[in-house]
Design a protein around this ligand. Structure first.
Ligand SMILES: [Zn+2]
Length: 357
């Protein structure tokens, strides 16, 4: 593929990338200045944001010329949080009435070629559908004759997409701080902005990383491992392609920490019933470093009021140690309690069977 192609598509052939694709996104450059009417300017803007290349795969000039941007095999950096599985196309322009007939024709032809390569299975969207932006301003729904299911239409124009009347530069293509970075392999010992991005992302998703300092150390690795486990990824503590992609698309942990905490408290309460059995306080007192939890167990007489105190201790563990360490302490405590209960029961059985006097 040459870098610059005529709108006639005479020498353009769309070649499907190896990565899976399910959506195509349309953008605008948020500029009507002729000096910005080329992918080179766009690339420069994006390099200035610290990216390795222009974020879009295709750029369409006012005269309808199609320019090639980021290699199609690479995930775009165009729709924050929605880059995986997409192809990103940018039309030069800002004012709705200044997009040209030639540009719209090229957009339509390009999308038809892409759509045909995927046997019509793709859906087509504007950036505004996944971001609080007016981008791409151009009436892409009409140009692409989109159906109600965002499929490319071949008949009459759709009026599904209503574009906002007013736009300004700021809410169009303003740099997105959380933009998806390039896939530089990250592992323990890594440093730099990608690590900062990783830590910020993990924190947003509910995985504690401690201080966001751009340093990949033990806590960051632990967070990566948890994320990988939750997302059925290879748990190697390293951030490569698949982990990057999963991070990009991930939603915050489905189970809120508060709910997990509740669950543990419920479990602790549930323990009160089986805690009727006699328990050796030495077993537990020695095993648990946390005096508060130990005291609950020592005094186990099955009364809820005594346990409430212990639940307070669990709460305190969460508050002072943070949700995950707190959870580990609480779970650890419960495991020890259960083991102790088992031991206590065994002793009762022994006593009953006369093995011990
Ligand atoms: Zn956009």
């Amino acid at each position: 593929m040459s870098a610059l192609l005529s709108s006639a598509f005479s020498d353009f052939e769309f070649v499907k990338p190896a990565r899976p694709i399910d959506r195509v996104f349309v953008h605008c450059s948020a500029s009507d200045y002729p000096q910005h009417d080329n992918v080179a300017t766009m690339r420069q803007w994006h390099l200035e944001r610290g990216w390795s290349d222009v974020g879009y795969h295709f750029f369409i000039r006012k005269d309808g010329t199609l320019e090639i941007g980021r290699p199609i095999d690479k995930t775009p950096a165009a729709q924050a949080g929605h880059n995986r599985g997409t192809i990103a196309i940018c039309l030069h322009g800002l004012s709705k009435d200044k997009f040209t007939v030639a540009q719209k024709a090229t957009l339509r032809t390009l999308c038809v070629l892409i759509n045909e390569a995927y046997a019509g299975l793709l859906t087509f969207h504007g950036h505004c559908e996944v971001a609080n932006k007016s981008c791409p301003v151009v009436a892409y729904g009409d140009v692409l004759k989109l159906t109600s299911k965002a499929k490319l239409g071949y008949d009459k124009a759709s009026t599904r997409i209503q574009m906002p009347a007013n736009q300004n530069m700021a809410d169009l293509e303003a740099p997105e701080a959380k933009e998806f970075p390039d896939h530089i392999l990250l592992l323990k010992g890594s440093r730099g902005p990608n690590v900062t991005w990783l830590q910020t992302k993990l924190k947003e998703l509910g995985y504690p990383v401690g201080k966001i300092d751009g340093k990949f150390e033990t806590m960051t690795r632990t967070a990566v491992l948890s994320f990988q486990a939750d997302n059925h990824l290879l748990e190697d503590g390293k951030v490569g392609n698949s982990t990057y992609e999963a991070l990009e698309d991930a939603q915050p942990r489905p189970i809120a920490l508060e709910r997990q905490k509740q669950g543990l408290v419920e479990l602790a309460k549930g323990g009160s019933r089986i805690a009727q059995a006699s328990i050796s306080q030495a077993t537990i007192g020695g095993a648990i470093g946390l005096g508060g939890i130990a005291s609950v167990v020592e005094e186990t007489s099955g009364t809820v009021s005594k346990l409430t105190q212990g639940i307070g201790v669990f709460d305190q563990a969460f508050q002072t140690l943070g949700p995950w360490l707190g959870a580990i302490v609480v779970v650890g405590g419960i495991v020890i309690v259960l083991q102790a209960l088992k031991a206590g029961r065994a002793r009762v059985q022994d006593h009953q069977t006369g093995r011990t006097a």
